[in-house]
Ligand binder design. Sequence first.
Ligand code: MSP
Length: 521
Amino acid sequence: MTKSFYVTTPIYYVNDAPHIGHAYTTVAGDVLTRWHRQRGEAVWYLTGTDEHGEKIMRTAQAKGVSPQEWVDTLVENEWKPNWRALNIDNDDFIRTTELRHTTRVQRFLQILKDSGHIYAGKYEGPYCVGCEEFKIPGDLTLSGEEWLCTMHGSPVEIIKEDNWFFRLSAFVEPLLAHYAAHPEACQPESARNEVISFLKSGVKDLSISRSTFDWGIRVPWDQDQIFYVWFDALLNYATAVGLGDDSESKGGKKFAEVWPPDVHLVGREILRFHAVIWPAMLMAGNLATPKMVFAHGWLLVGGEKMSKSKLTGIISSEITNYFGVDAFRYYFLRAIPFGSDGSFSWEDMSARYTSELANDFGNLASRSAAMIEKYCAGTLPAISHDANLQAALESTVATADVAMCALDFQSGILAIMDFCKKVNGYVTEKEPWTLAKDPTKRGELEEVLYNTAESLRALAVLLNPVMPATCEILWQSLGAQAQLGDLNEQKINDIATWGQLPEGATVIKTPVLFPRLEVHA
Ligand code: MSP
């Protein structure tokens, strides 16, 4: 059986509706998985929601509903529709209140307990409900007499409880050895360095249960306690694919097919959970650790991480209503190096929309279709070749493939858009509208029109993972479907093979791909 390429997003807290920070990660995962599907690989893309813990319980209480009612409403009315609106093609959606999750969590943690990785102890120390995290001194800022969570700027609470503990400290050396042998397992390099210095600073055992509230998964051997929300949440990546199920069952087979995960995408504030606690849990359970945790940067507002708690969250429809879904999917990956922080600016997005999407890409597509309609009655002329365009396409595909597979979305998209510029340059240089005036240049005119359409065929495939709806319109406009089949079925490896659009294909004009922006109120 070939292993599926398994990609995950964090499971998001459903204390509120999603904002563009969440969309940033989920779109990145969607582009990555669509790219790999077009490489012909089997892919499994998981996202979902983190529904337990004090933060959600308190939010529900404040709204006067039960936590279950609260999360059910938000998942169905906000989260799932948001991903549908952004054209996210996930294979599964896990909710931590689902039975498939809770039973597998309990079974796995019972195994860790039975094998001596869990013991009873007392926890006393600071906790941030916003982060759902037990804090260490380095995470706190003193304000007057009060300790604040540096991340949320809100006071931490002091917890004093009898809890169950996970022997995390026993995994410090194995984890250091793991990252020395597999540096690619934690990326980018800055993230890996942070994890290594955290591991070297002395990691304590982790409290993994709570007894003062009950919105969580029961500890199977101690009915007075529920699991700490992160211990429950991290396991979603495994419970969603059948963790611990019999190898002949559906779950067991799925697990064998996807495990270990190839890429866990996370924001950099939750790196330690994913690159320290999570692999330690897996090592304790004798399971393979993820091949890569990639910590991307934050979308900033006013220099700070955009967040719901600071009321700086922008919802994606505010942007998509104006720019459209595909421009949204394109913009953040194009504008911000994946791994760095970046600010959202309406002006920058407008400028890129106009110059890169509307002018470079959209205009090329509409000019090409309009000329084929006008000069060739909408019928694609005979196959022809242009050595420069072909060479440029070959190197574009190679560069884009390396970059996209390395999660360097910015370089990948840039390489593709550079090719688009080259094709524009080709059309400008050849001046088909001038050739059309001279009947002796008919052959040359037809060559230019074919080469332009064929370049657009390649662009439709290359940009499809990023802007699927737009590329589908282009695919239809080129008349490619009849001969080449579905756009999603086109393979990255075949893109540079020239001459795929057949002579005689029916090319049709479509509405402009990226309409001119109205003045924003
Ligand atoms: N529930 C935990 C994750 C558990 S995973 C086992 C959680 N949830 S969250 O709702 O707070 O989502 C955090 C994630 O959302 C970030 O790690 C990142 O993927 C995304 N983002 C939220 N705000 C963001 C920005 N301002 N910028 C970029 N990504 C952001 O943490």
